[in-house]
Design a protein around this ligand. Structure first.
Ligand code: FES
Length: 268
């Protein structure tokens, strides 16, 4: 007999503001994701169900939602990896709901824009008429690589306790983006970017709950970014690897390893 699960989905329909859970029974096949289950409902049971998705392969970040209490990408989470027979799905917390599982990402992207998430250079002439390449060592790339994986899916923002209480709070995703560019050896945008993060709704409101890192589907740690940003602001520079001072220096290898004499045998 084919396995079935119950989808318990939060339905919200403006302008009536009608809201509540609706249950649907969905047949499950091997490898089926939560997004596949939702699309099965939309195509076969209730066409009015509203969801947002695009790539269906965990790349675009548009299918973020709360699944059994935890934000995740619906196209990333397989139904077989969920122990419960009931899959409860609702829109992301801390984002204004638009309809059913869709949220308004306008304010979220506005905060992302505030940290100027692109390389800022002062050599305008070179930008207009390039003559050379901007070189970067592999080690310099590692300095920010983790933070460049961010999909902007909004899962980190949905679990942030500070974002839940301060709607002006910049939030974990914006901190990751700011840090990613501030420590890029090619960037020269310290003065402009620091104005966005060093505010009363910026990095100093992060009390390092760490839940952002727990839910990131790409393994980014925005809490780490906010702590390192605090350090950059205190020490007053972020211009590339050389000035940042936050990069772990390789441990110097001693030229000669001295042998540690063995302790004498214990006597009774
Ligand atoms: S649909 Fe693109 S990440 Fe899920």
């Amino acid at each position: 007999m084919q396995k079935k699960v119950i989808f318990k989905i939060w339905r919200f329909k403006p302008p009536e503001k009608r809201q509540g859970y609706t249950k649907y029974e969905v047949p499950v096949v091997e490898g089926m994701t939560v997004l596949d289950g939702l699309l099965h409902i939309k195509e076969n049971i209730d066409a009015s169900l509203t969801i947002r998705y695009s790539c269906r392969m965990g790349v675009c970040g548009s299918c973020g939602m709360v699944i059994n209490g935890k934000p995740d990408l619906a196209c990333h989470l397989q139904i077989s990896h969920i122990r419960s027979k009931v899959i409860e799905v609702r829109p992301l917390f801390n984002h204004p709901a638009v309809k059913d599982l869709i949220c308004d990402f306008g304010p979220f992207f506005e905060k992302h824009r505030m940290v100027k998430p692109y390389l800022i250079r002062k050599d305008a002439g070179e930008q207009e008429n390039p003559t050379l390449e901007y070189k970067q060592l592999p080690q310099e790339h590692l300095d920010y690589m983790q933070f460049s994986y961010c999909l902007k899916c909004g899962c980190c923002y949905a679990v942030c306790p500070t974002a839940a209480t301060d709607e002006l709070y910049l939030g974990p995703q914006a901190f990751s983006a700011a840090f990613r560019y501030l420590v890029d050896s090619r960037d020269e945008g310290w003065e402009e970017r620091v104005l966005a993060v060093d505010t009363s709704h910026g990095i100093w409101r992060c009390h390092f709950a760490g839940s952002c890192a727990q839910v990131c589907p790409k393994g980014v740690d925005p809490g780490l970014a906010s702590q390192l940003l605090k350090r950059l602001v205190i020490f007053g520079t972020g211009r590339g690897r050389a000035g940042a001072g936050i990069i772990e220096k390789p441990v110097p290898v001693p030229e000669k390893i001295e042998k540690i004499p063995k302790p004498p045998p214990a006597t009774v």
